[in-house]
Design a protein around this ligand. Structure first.
Ligand SMILES: C[S@@+](CC[C@H](N)C(=O)[O-])C[C@H]1O[C@@H](n2cnc3c(N)ncnc32)[C@H](O)[C@@H]1O
Length: 448
């Protein structure tokens, strides 16, 4: 046994390759499809972050997307489905994973893809610039995450966006303690094996149930003899190289890489104001400081108060990006009169339309959050007339005036006075509905 406590040794590239050749990730069968998984498609559709930043709806056709550390290619498949017409390039250190990724995309008949067994640190060797980079569940494993941010930043097109994530040190503390403990017993010196997994299970089960590590870190599903159980042990207790970070460390690395923070992917779940019963009743200096806190400070407060998120899962972009268009809250009346309205492309499926038609037939409100709940904290219902007005967005984007006319057709008179609805009243009703839905990105609004 190692007598002294050890510090997590960053893995060498060779050890990392061995780890993922031995246990390629994720263990999702090649035929599995993300079709119908609206949240996954929503965050992997590049329209989402580009709209959050620029208030513009990008055309995915012809864009170049990198999946850095693509593993067995499930996320590359999600990217390919979510971004029609985009070319996907996947890279990973592990050749075994790359082989599985190629087979997965072949199975789903995607041809506009290429895969390379190579390191993120060498990505510039491809001589490509990417409109969007996805680096999911990778950076917290790397010996030099800052170097990886900088390498990825160098291959981002001007105005391009990077999605990456890091493990939260505060949320995962219990696993870092477990990893340290098993490292002292020599379990993390080589690629993890089935014998190591059994050793973890036997040791954890042997701990008295009130011992803190067991009480906080062990759930019965870790003992399952299936892919899920195996993944829980390998991805938590025996994950060599796994490092945790704090929000200030994340922002420091972004600054040193000339990257600007855009948003967490699950931004609604990082709202620090939501953690208080009543922010208006906070002591003056706390309430004031909270209201004036920068995005980085708000996220830091959130992680100190409520470290429940395993990942800091975020989008960022290069600091030389042009200024974005003004947000909807700052639009003039003229901006509104000439606005163009899109449905989020991930909602423009026949299945989603079918759900809306079902609500109309049953004369029930239509809840947008039943399809994509990630940006919402509760149901986001619209009444039948608004739902029927928005139905035309399934055919493509519309000028707001077309929606206003449709609304007027559906709702020609005031329900009590029976006085015909004016254009201004119909416009106001449509504007109210769009203002309600846009913060969740169910509808996307562009100024002309
Ligand atoms: C936890 S898996 C994530 C796979 C995939 N991104 C996903 O989320 O499903 C981490 C992957 O990063 C790869 N990796 C680790 N270090 C790397 C490096 N320096 N360059 C490229 N890939 C690397 C590993 O081989 C492994 O496949």
């Amino acid at each position: 046994m190692t007598a002294k406590p050890t510090t997590p040794n960053p893995l060498t590239l060779e050890q990392m390759r061995q780890q993922f050749d031995a246990a390629p990730y994720p263990r999702i069968p090649p035929e599995a499809t993300p079709e119908g998984k609206y949240n996954d498609l929503f965050v992997n559709n590049i329209v989402t972050p580009f709209y959050l930043r620029d208030r513009r709806v990008v055309d995915t056709q012809g864009t170049l997307i990198l999946d850095a550390g693509c593993g067995t290619g499930y996320k590359a498949l999600v990217l390919a489905i979510a971004n029609p017409g985009a070319k996907i390039v996947g890279i990973d250190l592990s050749e075994k994973s790359i082989d599985l990724a190629k087979k997965r995309l072949e199975f789903h008949k995607f041809e506009n893809v290429e895969f390379h067994a190579m390191s993120i640190y060498d990505i510039a060797d491809l001589g490509l610039k990417f409109d969007y980079i996805n680096c999911d569940e990778v950076l917290y494993l790397l010996p030099d995450p800052l170097g990886a941010f900088q390498a990825l930043r160098r291959v981002l097109s001007p105005g391009g966006i990077l999605r990456a994530n890091l493990h939260s040190q505060l949320q995962r503390l219990v696993y870092y303690r477990a990893q340290e403990m098993f490292r002292m017993f020599g379990l993390m010196d080589e690629a993890p094996t089935e014998e190591h997994r059994q050793t973890v299970i036997a040791t954890m089960k042997n701990l008295k149930v009130n011992v803190d590590l067991r009480a906080r870190g062990w759930v019965s599903s870790c003992e399952q003899d299936n892919d899920d159980g195996r993944e829980q042990i390998f991805a938590n207790f025996l994950l060599s190289g796994d490092q945790g970070f704090t929000i200030p460390e994340l922002f420091d690395m972004l600054e040193q890489s000339d990257l600007e923070f855009l948003s967490m992917l699950n931004w609604r779940q990082w709202d620090v104001q939501e953690l208080f019963q009543n922010v208006d009743e906070l002591p003056g200096m706390i309430g004031m400081a909270l209201a004036m806190a920068s995005p980085a400070e708000q996220l830091r407060l959130y992680e100190l108060l409520n470290p429940v998120h395993r990942l800091f899962d975020f989008w960022c972009y290069s600091t030389d990006t042009p200024d974005p268009d003004r947000p909807v809250e700052e639009w003039s009346d003229e901006d509104w009169q000439t606005a163009r309205v899109h449905l989020h492309p991930q909602l423009r499926s026949n299945d989603a339309k079918g759900e809306l038609l079902k609500s109309l037939e049953n004369q029930q409100p239509f809840d947008f959050a039943q399809l994509i709940d990630l940006p919402a904290r509760s149901a986001i219902p619209v009444d039948g007339i608004v739902a029927a007005t928005l139905l035309s967005l399934w055919d493509g984007p519309q000028p707001i005036q077309a929606l206003v006319q449709r609304y007027k057709t559906l709702h020609p008179v005031h329900p009590v006075s029976l006085v015909p609805l004016t254009d201004a009243e119909a416009f106001q009703a449509v504007q109210n509905a769009l203002t309600y839905l846009e913060p969740f990105l169910y509808v996307l609004l562009e100024r002309q």
